[in-house]
Each structure stands twice: as structure tokens, then as C-alpha cells.
Design a protein around this ligand. Structure first.
Ligand SMILES: Cc1ncc(COP(=O)(O)O)c(C=O)c1O
Length: 459
């Protein structure tokens, strides 16, 4: 059957690609975002998180999409900004997600418009080049030599899975009779156990290693845990160290874990999603001692490098391991071996198409210089220590652990130390915003006291 002729590109499509409309919309959006940034970053009194219950939020967003155009672009964007969790506000001190560098957000916009995602080189030539440069810089920062290699991927969770797949292959555990397992502390991020489950290793695929009073993995417990895993019929192929842990920001003793791995022929994976950038700081680099002995490391740039989500590096000390995770053929895309086609990065990532992840990291490093990031990490880690001192000096607060990174866990004990009412109610803050100062922390403690008083009066 003959297909009717396709009309030449014209209405109704052309107007959606009109350059002048884009220019006008773009100026308007940037003006709105600049006003927002000005208000948020200068600490204008406003709710940092304008909370709405989840169902009420869904109900407030119509789902009946119109058949005809509405020109709603600006209204929708304005509403999103208004309803956002305002991460640039200096009183934002919640999760491990920064108010990103505005210049990096601009890079994301350029990357989105060009859409040069890059499973294959021809679909992202400059992105591939920048990715190579960013990976080499990160690897060198962690103390790896020129044999190291790696990829950028979408988040620490996918990063951990990617590293585990490479570990399994490198350790010949793809086809062994026994199910593999890794040893990991109970403080590790949940994505570690999730990766183990995704690989089909079951509950015993992650054998828990206890932590000491500072929440550091107990290296002395490793031999017994190894025997325990073997008694369950498991073949242990690696140990996971956290640098740092998510709940308390504690760095595991990587050097000692590396000794254990070397003595037992085990893969060392370091989840440094949050804490890898400490390597930039002269003061805090020692926290990562031993990371250069890891077989694989996960390094999130959307945490302590102030990038918009998501951009994660998976780094391998032996660059060949970067090709092990996904050995597979796709002859319509890839012709030669993965190693020969190092420039077709899709050989080595879970993603086929991915965003132009490298652009913002590369550009920010070039624009601001590495010292900017070194100073940022040092400042935030210093601020956490200062906050810990404030908490220690306050008669009605208790610190869970001395902070090593910029994550602080503490609780309110209005009836003094050992207050049973407060038992278990630890709060956690991540001092990730460089605009947050000691004064904001004083206000935070005052707000917690006020809130607790109100709650007591209500009872
Ligand atoms: C130590 C650690 N690993 C992994 C992750 C997961 O990273 P992402 O949120 O980028 O998937 C996190 C996130 O909080 C983390 O703290």
C-alpha cells in the first residue's frame, strides 16, 4: 500500500523549533532563575522546603494534557521554582545534594539542547574527549597511575553496580559453582546491598562486618567474617570500604582493608561517592589513605563537587577492568573489541544513550580551577568540626560521632545527657552549602529547641 506523501517540515512543528522564540523564552527563564538565585542564596526569609503532603502535591498538578497548545512554559517553570526544595538557601542543610554551581546548570542546558549523548563516539565527540580528561584527573587525584581508567555514569548506585559487575568478571565468579559474596560494613550505603541483590547473590551476598564505636569497619573482624561466609558456602571475592559512610560521614580504614584484600586475593571496592573530593584538600586527604590501592572507586561529582545531579565516576586502578563489566556484542554499534574502541564509551556503561555528563565537570574545573574545589571541601569539613564543638559545648545536645566529613549526627537532650525521651532520635545534617555559616547553625539549634518545646507543650 502506498503511503500518502509526508508534508514538508512546516507547521505544526516548525514553531516549536523557532530560534527567536527560544531566545525570548531563554532570556525570560534565565531572568527568573537569576532572581530566584539572588533571593535564595542571600538568605531571604522563605521556607527552604515549602512542604506539601505527597497526595496534595499530585492533586495540585493537573494530569489532563490538552490537545491544543497552551503556551504554559513560563507558568510551569515558575511554579516548579516556587515549590522546590531551595538548595541554594544558606539554611538548607539537609541531604547530600548541593545547590549546584549555576554555571554547571548552564552546561546542563547546553548539553540537553545538543543532546550529544554518547554510547558511541559519533554521538558525542567532545563529550567523549572531556570525559577522558575528567576521568584521568580524578584517577590521578586519588593516587592511581596512568594504567587507571573509568567511565562517567548516572549516579553512585549505578556506579556501585558497575564496579561490582567488573569485580565479578575479574574474579572469575561469573561462572563459578559457588555464589559469590562481598564483605561490607553495616554502615555502607543501601545501594551496595541492592547491587548485590540485582546480581542475584541473595541476602548472603553481602556479609555484614561490624563497626567500632566511631562507625568504622572493624578490620579485626574481617578474618572471622570471611570464614563465616565460607561456612555459608559462599566464595568471597571482595571487600567494600566506605569513604565516607552515608549515615555519619565516617571514613573506613582503607589502608588496613587493602592489606586484608592483598593477603586474601580479594577485590577492594571503595564507595567514595560522597567523600572522594577530600583528596583535593591538603588537610583532609589523609582520610583517604589507601584509596590508591583500591581496584575500583565510585566518585560522585553531584555531591562534593557541586554539580547538578547526576554525574558519577567509576574508576578502576587497572584500566582493563573498566572493560570487564559489560562484555557483549552489538555489531550494529560496535565493530572492534572494546579495548580498541575505547572511544565508544557505551561498551563500559549500563546506559546506552547517556547525557553529556562530562561537560559540566570539565567546564567547572576549567572555569573555577581546582583550588576552588579544594577550598570548598576544606571549608565544609571544617564547618562540621566547628558544629561538633558547638554541640559538645551545648548542655542540651549530644553528638553521635565526631564528624570526619561534613555530615553531622546529633540529638537534642533537653533533660541532659542520657535523656531517655531523646533515645534513638538522632538527627543528621549535611553541611554541603558553602553559603551556610556558623550563624545559621546557631539558628538551627535555636529552632530545634523551639520545636521541641512546642512539642512538649502540645503533649
Ligand atoms: C556512600 C554513598 N554511596 C552511594 C550513594 C548513592 O549515590 P546516588 O544517589 O548518586 O545514586 C550515596 C548517596 O547518598 C552515598 O552516600
Amino acid at each position: 500500500m502506498d503511503h500518502p506523501p509526508v508534508p514538508p517540515t512546516a507547521l505544526p512543528f516548525q514553531h516549536a523549533f523557532d530560534a527567536e522564540t527560544f531566545r525570548a523564552n531563554g532570556h525570560r527563564v534565565i531572568d527568573m532563575l537569576a532572581d530566584y538565585l539572588d533571593a535564595a542564596s542571600s538568605g531571604t526569609p522563605m521556607p527552604v522546603l515549602p512542604w506539601l503532603e505527597p497526595q496534595a502535591m499530585v492533586d495540585s498538578w493537573p494530569g489532563d494534557f490538552p490537545e491544543e497548545p497552551t503556551g504554559a512554559l513560563h507558568d510551569i517553570l515558575q511554579l516548579v521554582v516556587r515549590e522546590a526544595n531551595h538548595l541554594h538557601h544558606p539554611r538548607y542543610m539537609g541531604h547530600q545534594v548541593p545547590g549546584p554551581l549555576p554555571a554547571a546548570a548552564l552546561c546542563d542546558m547546553v548539553g540537553a539542547l545538543l543532546n550529544n549523548g554518547m554510547a558511541v563516539y559519533e554521538m558525542g565527540m567532545s563529550g567523549t574527549a572531556m570525559e577522558c580528561r575528567v576521568i584521568a584527573w580524578m584517577a590521578q587525584l586519588l593516587g592511581f597511575d596512568s594504567q587507571a581508567d573509568g567511565v562517567l555514569t548516572s549516579g553512585g548506585s549505578i556506579g556501585n553496580l558497575t564496579a561490582f559487575l567488573a569485580m565479578r568478571h575479574a574474579k572469575g565468579a561469573d561462572s563459578s559453582d559457588k555464589l559469590p559474596a562481598v564483605l561490607v560494613s553495616d554502615q555502607a550505603h543501601y545501594s551496595v546491598r541492592r547491587a548485590v541483590k540485582i546480581m542475584g547473590w541473595g541476602d548472603d551476598g553481602a556479609i555484614t562486618v561490624p563497626c567500632d564505636a566511631q562507625f568504622k569497619l572493624c578490620v579485626d573482624a574481617l578474618p572471622e567474617r570471611l570464614r563465616h561466609a565460607e561456612s555459608l558456602g559462599r566464595r568471597v571475592i571482595g571487600v567494600v570500604g566506605s569513604a565516607c559512610t552515608t549515615p555519619t560521614g565516617t571514613y573506613d580504614p582503607l589502608d588496613a582493608i587493602a592489606d586484608f584484600c592483598a593477603a586474601n586475593d580479594l577485590w577492594l571496592h571503595v564507595d567514595a561517592a560522597h567523600g572522594a573530593p577530600a583528596a583535593l584538600s591538603e588537610t583532609y586527604r589523609p582520610l583517604l589513605r589507601g584509596v590508591e590501592r583500591a581496584d575500583s572507586v565510585v566518585f560522585d561529582a553531584h555531591k562534593m563537587l557541586l554539580m547538578p545531579a547526576l554525574v558519577t565516576a567509576v574508576l578502576f586502578r587497572n584500566g582493563d577492568d573498566s572493560y570487564r563489566a559489560f562484555e557483549q556484542r552489538a555489531s550494529y554499534l560496535f565493530v572492534k573489541s572494546p579495548r580498541e574502541e575505547w572511544y565508544n564509551i557505551g561498551h563500559r556503561t549500563i546506559e546506552c544513550t547517556k547525557r553529556m555528563l562530562s561537560l559540566k565537570v570539565y567546564t567547572a574545573l576549567m572555569c573555577y580551577g581546582t583550588r576552588f574545589f579544594a577550598d570548598y571541601v576544606t571549608r565544609q569539613y571544617d564547618l562540621a568540626r566547628r558544629f561538633a564543638t558547638m554541640l559538645r559545648e551545648a548542655p542540651d545536645f549530644e553528638l553521635a560521632a565526631e564528624p570526619e566529613a561534613n555530615i553531622v549526627c546529633f540529638r537534642h537532650t533537653p533533660n541532659g545527657a542520657g535523656d531517655l525521651d531523646a533515645a534513638g532520635l538522632f538527627m543528621r545534617t549535611t553541611l554541603i552549602n558553602p553559603l551556610t555559616t556558623e550563624e545559621h547553625l546557631v539558628v538551627l539549634l535555636a529552632c530545634i529547641r523551639e520545636e521541641a518545646k512546642r512539642a512538649r507543650e502540645e503533649v
